[in-house]
Design a protein around this ligand. Structure first.
Ligand SMILES: Nc1ncnc2c1ncn2[C@@H]1O[C@H](COP(=O)(O)OP(=O)(O)O)[C@@H](O)[C@H]1O
Ligand SMILES: [Mg+2]
Length: 359
């Protein structure tokens, strides 16, 4: 009879990461393996590529099943999780593992709302998250995060002034809105806008982050191109409503990221305001803007469809109060944002893994 350790390892070797197509042993995800033959317990820590991994339950069930299959009934797995977020990191911003741009073609599709709730949900799932409001024409992150009157501190590093991001709801936040009085027009010209944004990004003292979510200005102009080219982000997320005019503009944003001189990997498409839902008619969904526009866009370009968020009054109310609905644990809406965050993290991990030099 093979020795117990071999059998445990053999069982674990049959647990496959569905995204990467290899076993958790081969991928080096199994750590701190220990067992007690008398009590029939195997304990281990599974090192994930993101704390927001939506596959935790899957792994736990698989490990349990494969152990019982190999060792017999009565054996129990105790699985703990830890995470080392995968991500290449940018050469310009070395402490940031994943710089993720949230873009859309059209304004008003809910890009900022998605970016904010995504950041909050990722942070709640244990990731270190920053949020940069790059919509210098209409910064809305200060309102959405309840930071309307916040002023970032300035610190000096090697004689250079740097801004400290403001921590709220577990997220490190920076916005031009903190520096320019609310309501003041910001008539940026192209190069000036790009420079301002670059400055905001590099002159902020970001701590080490798993994800820096960037709420981009709408459109496909200079600012978007410059940011994409200068900072080599790990990925872009495209937000659209199902409405055809919004989808057409989102398509332009998507193809801009895929241009040969830009080449930002598109992590996927998010459909916002997918349908209207109200507690008064809970069994009905109203497809005000048509159905499936986001999914069709994703399919057309062979990128993942990451999820949909309904059109809800609750989102408007909570957003105006500066309390992102992703915070309200246990509500269906918070769950939708958390699911979305899991899918985004998963897409980023998959990509980081695919583009990493194989060892
Ligand atoms: N899923 C949603 N349901 C209801 N209202 C939403 C939803 N997403 C965004 N909104 C609202 O739509 C408006 C525009 O959203 P915003 O995030 O500022 O869009 P963008 O950044 O694309 O211009 C805001 O008033 C916001 O509260
Ligand atoms: Mg916005």
């Amino acid at each position: 009879m093979a020795d117990l350790e071999d059998r445990i390892r053999r069982a674990l070797g049959r647990v496959i990461d569905p995204d990467l197509g290899r076993s958790i042993v081969e991928l080096g995800m199994v750590q701190g393996l220990a067992w007690n033959a008398e009590k029939r317990v195997v304990s281990l820590t599974l090192q994930l590529t993101t704390p927001a991994c939506p596959l935790k339950g899957h792994f736990e069930r698989e490990i349990q099943a494969r152990l019982v299959e190999e060792l017999g009934e009565g054996w129990r797995a105790e699985v703990a999780f830890s995470a080392q977020t995968a991500g290449g990191g940018s050469t310009v911003l070395p402490g940031i593992r994943n710089l993720l741009l949230v873009g859309s073609g059209k304004g008003g599709v809910g890009k900022s709302t998605v970016a904010v709730n995504l950041a909050v949900a990722l942070a709640q799932q244990g990731a270190r998250v920053g949020l940069l409001d790059a919509d210098i024409y209409g910064p809305s992150v200060p309102i959405l995060m309840g930071l309307e009157h916040a002023k970032p501190q300035v610190v000096h590093q090697d004689g250079r002034p740097l801004l400290l991001p403001i921590a709220k709801y577990g997220v490190q936040v920076m916005s031009l809105g903190f520096l320019v009085p609310a309501g003041q027009a910001t008539p940026w010209r192209g190069p000036m806008a790009s420079n301002t944004l670059r400055q905001l990004l590099v002159e902020t003292q970001w701590p080490e982050l798993d994800y820096l979510i960037v709420d981009m200005p709408p459109g496909t102009g200079d600012v978007q191109l410059t940011l994409a080219q200068q900072f080599r982000p790990q990925g872009a997320l495209i937000v659209t409503t199902p409405q055809q005019v919004a989808v057409a503009d989102a398509e332009k944003a998507l193809t801009m990221f895929q241009m040969p001189l830009v080449q930002v990997p598109v992590l996927g498409v998010i459909e916002n305001m997918a349908y209207f839902w109200t507690p008064q008619l809970p069994e009905r969904r109203f497809y005000l803007f048509g159905q499936g526009g986001g999914r069709q866009l994703a399919e057309k370009y062979g990128v993942p469809f990451l999820g949909e968020i309904p059109l809800l009054e609750e989102i408007v109310l909570r957003s105006d109060q500066g309390v992102p609905p992703a915070l309200s644990e246990g509500t269906p809406l918070a769950e939708a944002y958390h699911r979305l965050a899991g899918e985004v993290a998963r897409a980023a991990s998959r990509l980081a893994y695919a583009s990493a030099p194989s060892s």
